[in-house]
Design a protein around this ligand. Structure first.
Ligand SMILES: *[C@@H]1O[C@H](CO)[C@@H](O)[C@H](O)[C@H]1NC(C)=O
Ligand SMILES: *[C@@H]1O[C@H](CO)[C@@H](O)[C@H](O)[C@H]1NC(C)=O
Ligand SMILES: *[C@@H]1O[C@H](CO)[C@@H](O)[C@H](O)[C@H]1NC(C)=O
Ligand SMILES: *[C@@H]1O[C@H](CO)[C@@H](O)[C@H](O)[C@H]1NC(C)=O
Length: 822
């Protein structure tokens, strides 16, 4: 036998080759190709070991060009995560991938011996190329990796990939968008980890910097809601002599990917097996303050203020005229020049709770203390501000800005910055602060009242415009407002019908009492039937409602834009003199409370249905908070506002109270408490402070009600006087959570699902908003199976806590909303 005398290495290869010849009859099941083997278009593909990914030739979208790519195999067939010959399409099906003897991957086609090449080199004959179950395509030389597709990301960032820079080879790992859904070649958008100054992720559109993820602060990226301690998704930041990068790992079994879409959105998508589709879990750009340097140098963007831009303390607008016309780009300048050692010198003013400014022109030191950092800043005339690098354990390290401070925003996180200013300016600030409360308050009230009046006029005028604007059904576009007449920027609304009062009256039998199906916050709701037989729900806003016009405008615009399978759809509207009417799709199964709190009807809702309802509500709220173009806080989530369609799918209704989070104004106008006792969290009930976390609280209450079948505030127990939240907490503490389950559900329930839902609900009803998860986490926790954080005692768990509340002055609210297009 001639091969016995050969070297081991060759023997090994020959045996493998022999096996391969046998296996080539069924080569679709392989995850590996060996030297001199190929994969021909249409003939074979590689499939990873766990069958998660597949590699082969494909045509994207409507294109007929052929590309070598990697896509999901088991799920979501056709979702491509990587493309080799992005810039070198093959126009026919003659393409072939071959691994050369030297470890080079080469794509050839009929007329071209090298369409694309990986340029990798190894030692001949011991090389293999393998598609891993992570989606990484790797060339091995013995056990050494000599090339991997993860080093050349396209538009998709998978767990285990890196975005950053290899400092040894100089290789930059970045995301680049496709040109279009049909063309994977490099498009206009890119997402890079910039290593100038202190590293941070930047999003570019061509040469325009669109936005950034703040620098890593030890817990997460400054200004980003995802923290290290998150249960589902763990972001990483690594910086050493060899490499600087960000990456992420999934902690639970959920399937996620990050994608930079061809039109420039950075989205986190999650696969939901039940609906067999990807859902947007997060969008990197949430609001107007995410736009890079919206407020210019030394400006601060605050999403809770209108207008959103203010100058830092001690600074004033560089160009007041532009600034007042909402063009903030030129930013702010110092009122008093820095002294830098002259005169009384300079001091620092602390700005609490921010996303730190752009770090491309900073100096840093990881071991300094904050005091040393301050001294270093003081010692350099060009230093404009400083902060800690790592905010854990009271802060450590030092970050110094040597230039203008760009892209600072207010952010609910424990990160502060200290900005430098002349000592004389600082004294003035400290003095004015003590006088501020006494003197300025009256002035502000006067100012705010007059602004409120002006806004009211603007809104009333705008609403009149709505009625006058003709409906252009033909184009499918409908402009809510005449753009040149208003500063409100409106989006075009698709498919929003305008009905005449006559049509609506006919559909509802002249608003006959027998067609009345409910009484909402702003007026009665009727059932109606349109000429074409479609059933509708007609909400007639009461004429007496003082805020009628505002709410009307609010609803029409908000609801028409918000489209999600767990939100009630607005079909149209009618405005006729004093009549303001909204027309929704009709829900055959009324509302959740109609079933939940009725002894007989509650039997019709078994556990799988209730669990589905919990999921649906969570996704609906998530959409409102995060995925819609306008971030919306519902503020009055309760069982009565969850409607059910024919298949018992939950649909959230009543956005009359929803507030556009973007650029809203909280100006005192009417005395009206929005929200419902039993569902609202302490910070809202007591201080009128609402945020997306107030909806999370209401959601938690709702989940407990769905499980227990009793209203939070009407809950009664013989042993104690706690409400439902208190009762749930008692049971949880004693490890008897399952006792909360309504008796009627015991037959149909899945215990682990019930316990998990109760646990999540308790996390949602925590006293402090920062202890509550975001809806994004809630949805992921509901889908996932990993461990959950431990809840603390909930807020408002006794009835007394509510009674104390009643004696507090009522919350002042107003319903004026100024919208920004995003
Ligand atoms: C391989 O090298 C060629 C020639 O230097 C270059 O044009 C090509 O872009 C390289 N391919 C990859 C995948 O880097
Ligand atoms: C090839 O193998 C030899 C010996 O095993 C080793 O010294 C050499 O570095 C290898 N070359 C490459 C490119 O891996
Ligand atoms: C400090 O004083 C010196 C001498 O008067 C002057 O030249 C310098 O410009 C001053 N520096 C600053 C920052 O005002
Ligand atoms: C960082 O600061 C520490 C403490 O002041 C100092 O010992 C160290 O040399 C500094 N490192 C650099 C790179 O400047």
């Amino acid at each position: 036998m001639f091969w016995i005398i050969m070297e081991d290495q060759y023997m090994h290869t020959y045996i493998i080759l022999f096996l391969l010849i046998l296996l080539s009859l069924d080569c679709t099941a392989l995850d590996t190709i060996y030297a001199n083997q190929d994969i021909k278009d249409g003939k074979a593909t590689l499939v990873s070991d766990g069958e998660t990914f597949e590699l082969g030739f494909f045509s994207p979208g409507k294109s007929n060009n052929r590309y070598l790519g990697i896509w999901y195999k088991k799920i979501s067939h056709g979702t491509v995560v990587w493309v080799a010959n992005r810039e070198q399409p093959i126009t026919d099906t003659s393409g072939m991938l071959k691994l050369s003897r030297h470890g080079n991957l080469v794509i050839r086609s009929g007329g071209n011996p090298m369409v694309w090449s990986s340029n990798s080199t190894g030692n001949n004959t011991v090389v293999v190329a393998q598609l891993l179950d992570t989606g990484n395509f790797v060339v091995w030389n013995k056990n050494k990796m000599i090339w991997q597709s993860f080093d050349y990301p396209g538009d998709t960032f998978l767990p285990g990939m890196k975005i950053g820079k290899d400092l040894v080879t100089g290789l930059q790992w970045c995301l680049t968008s496709w040109k279009s859904p049909d063309d994977p070649s490099v498009g206009e958008y890119r997402n890079i980890h910039d290593t100038n100054g202190y590293p941070q992720n930047l999003w570019w559109h061509g040469e325009i910097l669109q936005g950034r993820l703040g620098p890593w602060n030890g817990l997460g990226f400054s200004g980003s809601p995802v923290e290290k301690e998150n249960q589902i998704y763990s972001p990483e930041f690594i910086m050493n002599e060899k490499e600087i990068y960000t990456a992420y790992q999934l902690k639970s079994r959920v399937l996620q990917r990050v994608v930079l879409t061809w039109d420039g959105k950075t989205l986190i998508l999650q696969w939901i097996e039940r609906i067999k589709d990807w859902i947007v879990y997060a969008n990197a750009v949430v609001d107007i303050c995410d736009r890079f340097s919206l407020c210019g140098p030394f400006g601060i963007c605050s999403i809770n203020k209108h207008p959103p831009c203010i100058c830092m303390k001690g600074f004033e607008p560089r160009n007041r005229e532009e600034w007042e016309a909402s063009d903030w780009a030129s930013g702010c300048i110092r009122k008093k020049p820095l002294q830098c050692g002259n005169g009384s010198g300079d001091g620092f003013w602390k700005i609490a709770r921010v996303k730190v400014p752009d770090t491309r022109r900073v100096w840093y030191n990881v071991s300094m203390t904050l005091k040393e950092c301050e001294m270093t800043c003081k010692g350099s005339c060009s230093c404009t501000g400083y902060t800690s690098l790592d905010i854990r354990n009271g802060g450590s390290g030092c970050l110094l800005w040597l230039d203008e401070l760009l892209d600072t925003r207010e952010y609910e996180a424990d990160q502060d910055i200290y900005i430098r200013m002349a000592a004389s300016e600082l004294e003035g600030l400290v003095d004015s602060l003590s006088n501020f409360n006494k003197k300025k308050r009256t002035l502000i009230v006067v100012l705010l009242t007059s602004t409120a009046m002006l806004l009211l006029f603007a809104v009333a005028y705008a609403c009149r415009k709505i009625r006058k604007t003709p409906h252009m059904k033909g184009q499918g576009n409908w402009y809510a407002l005449d753009a040149k007449n208003t500063s409100l920027q409106m989006e075009q609304l698709d498919d929003l019908q305008c009905y005449s009062l006559h049509e609506v009256a006919r559909a509802t039998g002249n608003f006959s009492i027998s067609n009345k199906i409910g009484q909402g916050g702003f007026g009665p709701v009727y059932k109606g039937v349109l000429k074409d037989g479609r059933e509708i729900a007609v909400k007639r806003l009461s004429e007496t409602s003082q805020q009628g016009l505002d709410e009307f405008k609010n609803e029409v615009i908000c609801i028409a834009k918000l489209q999600h399978r767990n939100l009630v759809k607005l079909l149209g509207y009618c405005a006729h003199q004093n009549e303001l009417i909204l027309i929704y799709e009709y829900m055959t199964n009324k509302s959740l409370d109609w079933f939940l709190f009725d002894e007989t009807r509650s039997l019709m809702l078994n556990w799988p249905q209730r669990f589905k309802i919990i999921h649906g509500i969570a996704r609906g709220i998530l959409y409102l908070h995060q995925d819609s173009r306008l971030q919306v806080i519902h503020r009055d989530l309760k069982a009565a506002n969850i409607l059910l369609d024919g298949d018992m799918n939950p649909k959230i209704s009543d956005f009359g109270l929803a507030r556009n989070f973007v650029g809203h104004d909280t100006i005192t106008k009417t005395k009206k408490v929005v929200g419902t006792h039993g569902y609202i969290p302490p910070e809202y009930a007591v201080h009128g402070r609402f945020s997306i976390k107030s909806d999370v609280f209401s959601f938690g209450v709702l989940v407990l009600e769905i499980i227990c079948g009793k209203r939070n505030r009407e809950f009664f127990h013989a042993d104690h006087s706690d409400n439902l939240l208190g009762h749930a907490w008692r049971l949880y503490k004693d490890g008897r959570s399952i006792g909360l389950l309504s008796a009627s559900l015991q037959a149909s329930c899945v215990v682990s699902e019930v316990l998990r839902s109760i646990h999540i609900a308790l996390l949602c009803v925590q006293h402090h908003p920062e202890d509550r998860p975001t809806m994004w986490s809630v949805v992921l926790m509901l889908v996932g199976e990993g461990p959950l954080p431990k809840p603390k005692p909930p807020a408002f768990f006794t009835e007394e806590s509510y009674n104390e509340l009643e004696s507090l002055p009522s919350v002042d609210e107003c319903t004026i909303t100024v919208l920004y297009a995003r």
